[in-house]
Design a protein around this ligand. Structure first.
Ligand code: 26W
Length: 808
């Protein structure tokens, strides 16, 4: 049911402004209006949230608890208005009150409580879980600062703090009455009572965890779920007795210690950090979450024996893996259960999703740190480890396997192995990735317990990533594919396929893209002062900067094009704009150098008259959810060019596809499944396959040989050494490709091996672009067949095959 008409919305907004800011609409600022909108929608969601909870309780339904260190939510105003079915009414009401809806939406900061794919996936799944009427709660930390804001200063990335809460807080409701105490450090005391050994954690430092709840409305339903973000507080805020004894510095210190836990989001998505603060963050949110879940369960059922029947704990990578020992601790220490019963319940409650096979991203914690910071948890992990080791040993009788599968080994706790032991399900995020888990990374665990291993290919919220951000395309789809059916059934997009021969439809599709390109060009001019040419191909690579994602391969190809233009100014007939957007982890030196390089190249090409109206490179500063929302509808080429076997799935690839961009890509992650629905003829594939990559590495890969043999390649790579007109040279990147550096092998990610094949794919793509009708047809097929990449499909698979919860 639509909660407002334009008129009632106008009235309610006016009241809100009055009550909260003592202002009438004509006095209110855009900021105040944005807050008023948030508060008004929040009220509706609060009411529906209560109904949802009551219904769930009445029906005693199983609940999903989705734990993630990251939720990359982006903006919520337009999204919530959309899901509550009041978006047109809100726009009209704002306009009637003298505001521009677009300006109000622009006021909202992104809630960037995440790095990249893993965090955005969590946000998309929240939307689908609510839409499918699944009783689900997300849990994370209420970081004070989101992911850093990126500024480019003289070509280099500079990180600035992201104070998202100033305005972003409007969506959050603190629930101090549901606070939990989390204990760190201290000592253990054991004693016998009633024939049972008890363990108590004494002299621990306690930190209070206060939930801040954000409501998540579903689409086409009144179901409303919650994202619960934990905020740490010192247990005794500013102890007054300390004050009177003149020890207020100590009191302040305690408060600062507690609050440091939620200061920042770790900005690294590729390297395991091993820092004590991160361990504190993990245990803080995991312990608060488990206590909150079990307390509610006990209140409702009065027993923990049926916990696994009524709850499922989904963990987003290993970051929340401490739920396993934490649930054990609660079951054993707080409810007096024996080990075996507690283990049976735990291992039927927890499910683990893996999101990366990069060795350097697999979390390991120093045993010492665990022991000091979390003595009881460490004790439980030791016991889990010992029992798991025994099981493995009895199965394999192979010391090599025992070592590989060990949870505690060589002074370290390996979180992935803890998850394999303690979960009922382990899943990869694309068919290829799951194959690699089954046959390679987790091979031994999979042979021992094959039933645990599942695949759930990722998906995206197509209502946000298509309907909401691309109104032109949305209206074409409504005209061709049976109205708004596709919003709740993304497979309905398939109906577009039957228009492949309809010239007028293809023209309209081309026109929509053209308009989106113009809108993006306007945006780029306003925000960055760059002039884009809407007649050129918009060829886009946006994602975190990492060597395995091979932004550098893209750069090498652009250098090749540039050099070709030098030799023959008529070599390019089709103008080409290469757009990049990427944040580098602040400590990832090579990634930052690649950003510097892209900016040097942008500058070089911009100042070369030969390139005018032919070639342009643009580095888009501060890539984030809200920038992606204007960029995706305008994109024509999607660069998905990771070394095969390295990108677990990719989800940007799906956003491009849904908005009609064509993919230039390797057979990696979900590109493989895109290829299955599209065929070779609707994308531009290139490069080594995952097995060929492995084979080449085994045989011994010598990039210098390719460098010597391939003249074009040699000239590009040499250009790194020579540098550009800004006087910056890239000898370091040159060395890294040809000889390796910093402990990494020469051309670790096989750029040189895939170079020739990549250039060919780009050439085929540019040729296809010249035939507008053919291009638009390919684009139509991409949109039509993107339905399987809707998050609704993924979440249904989790619900049916892993969670065993009912859904709409
Ligand atoms: C410990 C540091 C750290 C932090 C985050 C290591 C690894 C991560 C994530 C697992 C990285 C990540 O975001 N992975 C991405 O997850 C997406 C959603 O499944 C996939 O689509 C991407 O392919 C994968 O790189």
């Amino acid at each position: 049911m639509r909660p407002f008409t334009t008129e009632t919305l106008e009235k309610t907004l006016t009241e809100k402004l009055m009550l909260n800011f003592s202002k009438t609409p004509d006095e209110a600022t855009d900021q105040e209006m944005m807050k008023a909108c948030a508060l008004v929608l929040r009220d509706v969601m609060a009411i529906r949230g209560v109904e949802t909870r009551k219904k769930t309780n009445r029906e005693q339904r199983k609940r999903v608890h989705y734990l993630s260190m990251e939720f990359l939510m982006g903006r919520s105003l337009m999204k919530n208005a959309y899901n509550l079915d009041v978006l047109p009414q809100l726009k009209e009401a704002l306009s009637n009150l003298g505001f521009k809806a677009g300006d109000i939406f622009e006021m909202e900061p992104d809630a960037a409580l995440g790095n990249g794919g893993l965090g955005r996936l969590a946000a998309c799944y929240l939307d689908s879980m609510a839409t499918l009427d699944i009783p689900a709660t997300g849990y994370s930390i209420c970081y004070d600062l989101g992911l850093f804001k990126q500024k480019i200063v003289e070509g280099e990335q500079v990180e600035l703090p992201d104070h998202w809460k100033d305005l972003g807080m409007s969506w959050l409701v603190p629930k101090p009455e549901e606070a939990q105490e989390v204990r760190f450090g201290g000592t253990l005391r054991e004693f016998w009572d009633n024939g049972r050994l008890h363990t108590v954690n004494e002299n621990a430092t306690t930190v209070l965890a206060v939930p801040c709840d954000m409501k998540i409305p579903g689409f086409g339903t009144d179901h409303v779920n919650t994202l619960r973000l934990w905020e740490p507080r010192a247990t005794s805020p500013m102890d007054m007795s300390l004050f009177s004894r003149g020890e207020y510095l100590k009191a302040a210190e305690e408060e600062a210690m507690a609050e440091s836990i939620s200061k920042v989001l770790y900005p690294d998505d590729s390297h395991e950090e091993g820092k004590s603060l991160r361990l504190k963050q993990q245990y803080f949110f995991v312990s608060a979450t488990m206590q909150s879940i079990t307390t509610k369960h006990m209140a409702m059922y009065g027993t923990m024996k049926n916990f696994h029947e009524k709850n499922v704990i989904q963990i987003n990578d290993t970051h929340p893996a401490l739920v396993i020992p934490e649930l054990m601790r609660i079951l054993i220490d707080d409810t007096g259960m024996n080990w075996d019963d507690a283990w049976a319940i735990t291992t039927q409650s927890v499910a683990y999703t893996n999101h990366t096979v990069l060795a350097e991203a697999l979390e390991r914690w120093p045993q010492k740190l665990m022991e000091q910071r979390l003595p009881r948890i460490w004790q439980i992990i030791k016991e889990i480890s010992a029992r798991w080791q025994k099981k493995v040993d009895e199965y394999y009788h192979d010391p090599g396997k025992t070592q590989y599968m060990a949870i505690v080994w060589d002074g370290q706790v390996r979180m992935a192995n803890l998850c394999l032991a303690g979960s009922m399900a382990v899943n990869g995020v694309s068919a290829l990735h799951t194959d690699i888990l089954r046959n390679d990374v987790f091979r031994d665990a999979c042979q021992m317990e094959p039933w645990k291993f599942k695949n759930v290919t990722n998906g995206i919220d197509h209502r946000r990533w298509l309907s909401e951000i691309n109104p032109g395309l949305d209206s074409l789809i409504r005209d061709l594919a049976g109205g708004d059916e596709y919003l709740s059934d993304a497979m309905a997009l398939q109906k577009l396929d039957s228009y492949a021969g309809d010239k007028s439809v293809l023209d309209r599709l081309g026109e929509i893209k053209r308009q989106n390109k113009e809108a993006f060009a306007l945006h780029a001019k306003k925000t960055r002062g760059v002039i884009l040419d809407p007649n050129s191909i918009f060829d886009v690579q946006v994602k975190r900067l990492h060597e395995y994602k091979r932004q550098l391969l893209n750069v090498l190809h652009i250098i090749a094009l540039y050099q070709r233009l030098q030799d023959d100014p008529n070599a390019i007939t089709q103008p080409h704009t290469f757009l990049f957007g990427a944040k580098a982890a602040p400590g990832y030196v090579v990634a930052k150098r690649i950003i510097r390089l892209i900016n040097s190249l942008e500058d070089q090409i911009a100042h070369d008259p030969i390139c005018k109206d032919k070639l342009q490179v643009v580095f888009l500063e501060n890539y984030r959810v809200s920038l992606a929302e204007v960029l995706m509808p305008a994109s024509e080429v999607s660069q998905q060019i990771s070394t095969a076997g390295k990108e677990a799935s990719g989800t940007g690839n799906m956003k491009f596809m849904m908005n009609g961009a064509l993919t230039v890509g390797t057979l990696d992650g979900a590109n493989v499944e895109m290829n299955q629905v599209l065929g070779e003829e609707n994308m531009f594939l290139f490069g080594l396959h995952a097995d060929e990559v492995q084979q080449l590495k085994r045989e011994g890969y010598v990039p210098q040989r390719l460098y010597t043999q391939n003249e074009t390649l040699r000239r590009c790579v040499d250009a790194l050494r020579t540098g550009f007109r800004d006087g910056v040279t890239y000898e370091d990147l040159y060395q890294r490709l040809l000889f390796g550096s910093g402990g990494s092998a020469a051309d670790e990610y096989l750029l040189l091996a895939d170079f020739a094949s990549y250039c060919q794919a780009e050439q085929d793509m540019a040729a296809a672009y010249m035939d507008r009708e053919r291009w638009n047809r390919m684009s139509l097929h991409n949109i039509a067949r993107s339905g399987i990449f809707a998050a609704d499909r993924s979440v249904k698979e989790y619900a049916d095959n892993i969670w065993h919860v009912s859904h709409r």
